[in-house]
Design a protein. Structure first.
Length: 131
């Protein structure tokens, strides 16, 4: 997916702009997204809220899938399992997603969310592909 196509698709994903999520790369059945740390993303203990981490993982899964299903009417999350492995404190996060299986109407993606070398969360995401 070229930069122009990413920008066009991005304009329809306003939640990502709101949170500050950025697409580093998308295509070839994988994606890499980044979310800079901000205090507004934290819960009372100062850790990034789990819902924010899950949103980043879901976004990365979607961006791994979008370039592969350009003729589809749309894609939406059916199921997501997230295992939180380490807290995120005052550091940026990177989510890397790859397609495990791509079918006609469903796709399964594997996502790792890291801060530096630390694996903070691991997600398995199932998407529905509307055709």
């Amino acid at each position: 997916m070229n930069q122009g196509a990413i920008q066009k698709r991005w304009k329809t994903m306003r939640i990502y702009d709101f949170l500050g999520i950025r697409v580093d790369s998308a295509g070839g059945r994988k994606a890499r997204l980044r979310l800079p740390w901000r205090p507004e993303l934290t819960q009372p203990l100062g850790y990034v809220h789990g819902g924010i981490i899950a949103t980043l993982a879901d976004a990365a899964a979607g961006w791994a899938l979008f370039p592969e299903v350009e003729r589809a009417e749309g894609c939406t999350t059916l199921q997501m399992q997230v295992n939180f492995l380490a807290p995120v404190v005052k550091t940026d996060m990177v989510a890397v997603a790859k397609i495990v299986r791509l079918g006609r109407t469903t796709a399964l993606m594997d996502v790792e969310v890291k801060t530096g070398r630390t694996l903070c969360a691991k997600a398995l995401v199932t998407y529905h592909i509307k055709r």
